[in-house]
Design a protein around this ligand. Structure first.
Ligand code: PBG
Length: 323
């Protein structure tokens, strides 16, 4: 006879009691802040669908990073918007590419900040797909060479970790081999292991100017209907040498995060993607949701599902709320 012996409300009665029994905690170093690097000096170009986010020239990006470090955020992940795009994604693996320049500048000014680079081609190809396109099809194996070169160029620029997000088969192994052969055996790989073909990347594609010019990404990113397939993707990436794994998006895929947490012991990240951010921001700006609580509850849910760390456009706001 549970009631009235048991009253669940007793332990909820005061904030000290609630604090004592709290199961899930957030800290600034759980958050990775995504940033977009572009050319120029003094550039802060607002991204209209992602209020508070900007395309940043390298000098401005360094300032953002300084603030991130001051707030105790876990790190940043860098994306690039090159001046020109081509069929070969040459900006993705150029030694003086925009991300490579940004990494050098950040690591020179802020050596203590963890700098992760996104390794992909879609921001750098004229057609916006993540690899080499022949006869309208994204080619897997030739794309691996570009990805490997990009990862090595990021490591050479000083990146602390590389994060492939392209969803080609075999890319983790190809990148691991190239890093090892180029003198970077200690550079870890954070694999976007279970990345879904999601509508929630829409605002990012405005930010990174990477919308596919034809077709979509469903021949390489995962079908949102599939969960077991995500476990196979993760398993393969770990076998190929991934040091950490990621599920993306986060809130619509909390079940995948939980399954991955229960099944694998590797560090697990989750990406609260642009569309998740923009949805919340739209409601916040309309006064429909309380800003601070929406930020913290959304991140708490992702952490409770099992993520060790979160990539989130709310990284700075959340760190300030926890301070
Ligand atoms: C690159 C990449 C994308 C995102 C991260 N890396 C876009 C895509 O796959 O189309 C999305 C991040 C976000 O929406 O915040 N492939």
């Amino acid at each position: 006879m549970p009631f009235p012996v048991h009253r669940m409300r007793r332990a909820r009665a005061t904030e000290p009691l609630r604090r004592l029994v709290r199961e899930t905690h957030l800290a600034p170093d759980d958050f990775i802040l995504p940033l977009f690097a572009c050319s120029g000096v003094g550039v802060r170009r607002a991204i209209s669908s992602m209020p508070g986010n900007y395309q940043l020239s390298v000098d401005e990006l360094v300032k953002e990073c300084a603030e991130a470090l001051r707030l105790g955020i876990g790190g940043v992940i860098l994306f690039g918007i090159p001046e020109t795009k081509d069929e070969q994604a040459s900006g993705a693996y150029a030694d003086d590419g925009i991300v490579q320049q940004a990494v050098r500048a950040v690591k020179r000014e802020l050596p203590k900040l963890l700098v992760i680079t996104d390794v992909c081609n879609c921001e750098y190809t004229s057609h916006g797909h993540c690899g080499l396109v022949v006869d309208g099809e994204v080619q897997n194996d030739p794309t691996l060479e570009w990805l490997a070169k990009a990862a090595v160029s990021h490591a050479r620029a000083g990146a602390d970790m590389v994060a492939p997000s392209d969803m080609m088969d075999g890319r983790v192994g190809a990148i691991r081999k190239a890093l090892d052969q180029s003198g970077f055996p200690n550079t870890p790989i954070l694999s976007y292991a279970a990345k879904y073909a999601s509508v929630f990347y829409g605002p990012f594609r405005e930010a990174a100017e990477s919308t596919p010019q034809f077709g979509d990404r469903r021949s390489y990113q995962m079908d949102p209907s599939n969960a077991r397939e995500a476990m196979r993707e993760i398993e393969l990436d770990l076998e190929e040498g991934a040091d950490m794994i990621m599920v993306k998006p986060a809130m619509p895929y909390l079940d995948i995060i939980r399954q991955a947490r229960d099944r694998f012991d590797a560090p697990l990240g989750a990406y609260q993607v642009s569309g998740e951010f923009s949805m919340l921001m739209a409601a916040i700006q309309n006064g429909w949701l309380d800003r601070d609580r929406a930020i913290l509850e959304s991140l708490t849910s992702i952490r409770r599902a099992g993520a060790d760390f979160m990539l989130t456009y709310f990284a700075k706001d959340a760190a300030k709320l926890l301070a």
